[in-house]
Design a protein around this ligand. Sequence first.
Ligand SMILES: *Cc1c(COP(=O)(O)O)cnc(C)c1O
Length: 880
Amino acid sequence: MAGHDHLLEVRPKLPKALARLEDLSGNLYYSWERRVRGLFHRIDPDLWNRCEHNPKIFLRRVSQVRLKALAKSPDFLFQYKSVLDAFDSYLSAERDRPLQAISGLEPGRDLVAYFCMEYGLYESLQLYSGGLGILAGDHCKAASDLDLPFLSVGLMYRQGYFTQRLDRDGVQQMIYRPFRMEDLPVMPVTDEDGQEIQVAVELADRTVAVRVWQIRVGRLQLLLLDTDVPDNRPDDRRITYQLYGGDRVMRIEQEMVLGVGGVRALRAMGFHPSVWHINEGHPAFQILERCREWVSQGLTFPGALEAVAAATVFTTHTAVPAGHDLFARELAERYLMPLAEFLSVPLSRLLALGASPQRGDAFNMTALALRGSRRHNGVSAVHRNVAARMEAHVWPDLDPADNPIAWVSNGVHVPTFLAREWVNLFDGRYPDWRQHLGDVDFWEEAVGSIADHRFWSLTQSLKSDMLGALHGCLFRQYCRNNYPRSRIEGMEAVFSPENTRPLIIGFAGRFATYKRALLIFQDIERLGRLLNDPDRPVIMLFAGKAHPQDVPGQSLIKRIHEFAARPPFLNRVFLIEGYDIALARKLVTGVDVWLNTPEYPMEASGTSGQKAAMNGVINLSVLDGWWAEGYDGDNGWAIAPHDRELSAEQRDRVEAEDLLDLLEGQVIPEYYRIGPGAYSPDWVARSKRSMISVLPHFNAEGMVRDYAQRLYAPAARHGERLTADGALEAERLAAWKARVAQCWEGVEVQWRRLPPTSILTGERLRLEVLVWLNGLESGDVVLECLLNGCDGEGDASECLVPLPHQSPAALLDERSTLVHTFLSTKDEEEEAQVFRLELESPDNGIYQLHVRLYPWHELLSHPFEMGKMLWLFETETIED
Ligand SMILES: *Cc1c(COP(=O)(O)O)cnc(C)c1O
């Protein structure tokens, strides 16, 4: 019968006085500006909730009578007008500080094009799966706040990522809910004649048409590519339906559409970005498309690659090997063949760009991204070092510590994740707080000056809101699964808005195995005892999705489900289905403690703990990812990762014990150390520290500023330099690299004279080295002497100070390593070039002396870009 129904939708007409509600529903400004959502909520709170806070759907369902009444309500109109004023002034705001000063980018001259596979902007826009997407969404929002010349490119997934349900047995159900385009704040991109823009992308044996949608994210544009076009054959229309939903063929096709189609869409719209940011490896095919553009303008392929790479920034996001995108060689061959033919380069040349030691001859998108970019970064200090080791094959001669990989620590978009109650409090006291996000002193004052009792009652009211909201979620979940009455009642007793007394611990994120969601259950008896102390009850909340193909992740969910169903965890441990941005916002603002137990060093950054901290929630986490930088001793609790020599089981056991020790000895007692004001002053102090120390250091605005200053601006200028005048410099650099590649094997270094083993202070240290350049010029190389100060007699491994991540030469001195460059002199008697260095004796002490030779050119992005280096050790010197 249902198939024969005809649905008729009667849509409201917005009264003239409220016409601009339409504008508000068309810009994701509402995803972080609570006043806009507050306005929709006020129109019809119940409907707003039923529409899952989707403004487009809401405006199609709202009652005409209600709209008419509100159009005449002075009070509502006042609120409407003040929201619109804020919106208009946000969009038109004159920059409070010149952009140049904060970032080195120039509007008009520069444009950053940001490419990512997923964007987590708002709950009703299911274009994200987890942390990567949320981070990309936050990056865009902060770029808009900073009014950066910036746009972003992604895919228009019509079914998005799955919505998670848990069935009666704790099995994850993955539900894809196709959305209608009219329910989303998207518009087709059109050309001057009003025609929809379409671009074509060759996929192995055929060409698919791609259309382009746009979303307004504050001041910026997010472009979304879509193959669901009538001209395409049916299975091609499905390419962009689901995020991470298909098989490897679908994945490579998605990535071709994103990388190649993305560049073509930007060109069709007339954009000429000066910086291209590849966020995680998925969009890296854009490198090859941009090379194709240069080759079609007459450049050689190596010259094109230099031109492209100089203007490209690549961020790697995962320390888990399986998190890197690899394609079987045959698959990569099939999809790269048309391009190789166009470029007239052997296919093997393109395949080599994706070569890595991982899985034999598979094509690795991370490797392509690294070889096609000159500025690369990890997302925390710990992750930088992991990435430098994982990707060491790209710079084969370097110590991983020297690899040219920088880091920018992740941060979260404060207006999106700060609870409304905090926003209201700061709005009332410091109307310009949004201008002070990175100002430590400001937050010290703004948070420090809140009276303890006020601070406490605010966190408790957030907790109470969360309990009420989660009651709704769990009630639906339990009823759908036909749980017995007693189980539902037990849940209801906990999730009552009045029940704020128990300590509540939250744990949420993707259920990836490295996050070790089960760590805390290592000692069931002890945990059971801690949670069930009648005087000091503790509740644990879990939420998270497992990737559709992640079977072990899905079994983690099942295990937690089983724990939650029986003593000692019944009514103490709860697993809430459907983790998304909205649920994340509830949890990170409402719990008391945010728990994270990753296996070091696998948590590249993690951001959920940052969201929690800026809401006054206290972190209890392994010192990994961002927490290794964020923990200061007073702002939360830390589990130090144990010796990596231990087996995984041993490590888990020891770290679980540390975790339970912390809970038993510190967290629970501190929470329940209640003072005269019916709360724990120590707890409030730590909670304030958590907010003050994390908010200014881990917010997305600071992060985007760092990207702009340290990566975008240098890439823009470097790209400009290489591509001026028909990219002559790019060709020059490529030719030089070819020469180095040819000659380097035959280059040799030797001491001409062994250095002395001791000198008197005040004496000069004279060093002489012979270099056989094998056809290179002395100006093509740098010969350096490193002096590492040692304490006592220390052996080399103790005194080799790890070199800092960025420009080593500039920063070395701070690390007690002195670097001196040799000068080359022509010496007629020798076949080889003589390099000499004469130094004042350094301060008295013992030094390790190292000499290294590496190829150098003024157009390189980093002294070690070539990854080639020769070391001269004393023990390897001239034998007589
Ligand atoms: C913040 C956030 C994440 C990332 O959290 P981590 O577990 O810290 O990586 C994932 N999913 C959602 C919905 C989030 O809001």
